[in-house]
Design a protein around this ligand. Structure first.
Ligand code: SAH
Length: 360
């Protein structure tokens, strides 16, 4: 299998970076720009509304601004909006978007309709700097972080798709696409600010989940920043030596440090976390693995999502059989730990967890 990231065309990069991305400006900075051009500050508010709430892609669409003002904006700024380059629809209704960025890099995002809800799975980086052995995205080197507007645009695009295909707006967002959100901390938080703001999409933070492989320092920072969204940890093993084999960064960001950061998180936020966990044959399917997980779960209130493994052409990883999974479920429940079995969606189009790798 080939994994690649589309390399940008450097002529385009030069052209598009010549002007400043207008959505990198705060509302105050935008107002200041208008004032410096001899305009009233409230024109900045109008422009801000076009850029975020109305998601305008072109200055010419901002019809309550005069033609000369629109031209002035055009001369000074660019709107680095994303473009859904390519769509694949699964037989279960899931849609995978190949999203082209202004500098021609491609990331993927997924629309997942489940009963009465629609979930957007969004990317936070081009590629990923972590090296989880079972994840297709890990084969792509991290090329760059996404900007807040590029994350926001993925959500807007999926909201439109949900209205079009499911007759309802988007209801939930998970940061489970490409990349490690906590290694692009500021931009991820800025994007969530816009998604939850009445000046943006006005969505509840309770409907947003950020998933991380576990960067202890950043989990503590989330707690200090008193974030209101949900936190999920891709745990997959509660045994230091086993986890280090399948997620090598675990040697540096140890389970002990992870646990300590989660205790800190819970003390500060009083929010329980979700652990994502795959059971593999011969890797983490023994009684010792189950007991280690139960012990880990006792640290703070939590729930466990046992997720299905989506094969990515790595022979060493094989989904454990139903009996092994049931063994986990019963023992977790016997210890009062909520455990749910999650089935993957969009597998036929490589849109399921861990399969995002710009294959098409
Ligand atoms: N880096 C973050 C965000 C990516 S989320 C994180 O690790 O949490 C992607 C989720 O899919 C993670 O829970 C990851 O562990 C899981 N995953 C990765 N590869 C997978 C695969 N092949 N099958 C099923 N889940 C996988």
């Amino acid at each position: 299998m080939m994994f690649y990231v589309n390399m940008p065309n450097f002529a385009t990069v030069k052209e598009s970076t010549a002007k400043k991305d207008i959505r990198a400006l705060t509302k105050d900075q935008l107002r200041d720009f208008f004032v410096s051009e001899g305009e009233k500050a409230f024109r900045g508010n109008q422009d801000y509304e076009w850029l975020w709430q109305k998601s305008a892609h072109h200055f010419e669409d901002m019809t309550n601004l005069s033609l000369s003002l629109r031209q002035k904006l055009e001369e000074n700024f660019s709107i680095n909006h994303i473009k859904v380059d390519h769509q694949q629809r699964s037989k279960d209704g899931t849609i995978k978007n190949a999203v082209k960025l202004h500098d021609n890099f491609i990331v993927e995002s997924v629309m997942i309709p489940v009963q009465s809800r629609t979930t957007a799975c969004v990317s936070s980086q081009v590629g990923c700097s972590l090296d989880c052995k079972f994840c297709a995205t890990a084969k792509l080197k991290r090329m760059r972080n996404l900007n807040p507007d590029e994350i926001y645009d993925q959500v807007v695009a999926i909201d439109k798709q949900s209205k079009l295909y499911n007759n309802r707006p988007l209801s939930n967002i998970v940061f489970m696409g490409m990349g490690e959100p906590l290694m692009n901390y500021n931009n991820v938080l800025k994007s969530i600010d816009k998604i939850t703001s009445p000046e943006g999409l006005n969505m509840s933070p309770k409907r947003i989940t950020v998933s991380t492989s576990g960067v202890p320092k950043m989990i503590k920072k989330l707690a200090d920043d008193q974030v209101k969204f949900n936190l999920a940890i891709s745990l997959h093993s509660a045994r230091q030596e086993v986890r280090s084999q399948i997620m090598p960064f675990n040697e540096k960001f140890t389970l002990e440090a992870l646990k300590e950061s989660l205790v800190y998180w819970y003390e500060k936020t009083k929010k329980r976390v979700t652990y994502e966990y795959i059971v593999w044959k011969g890797i983490n399917d023994t009684q010792q693995d189950i007991e280690a997980l139960i012990h880990f779960c006792k640290a703070i209130p939590c729930k466990v999502n046992i997720i299905e493994y989506n094969p990515i052409d790595e022979d060493q990883f094989v989904q454990a059989n139903d009996k092994a999974v049931a063994n986990y479920m019963t023992q977790l429940e016997a210890h009062g730990i909520t455990a749910t079995l999650r089935h993957s969606r969009g597998k036929d189009i490589d849109a399921a967890c861990g399969q995002l790798a710009n294959k098409s």
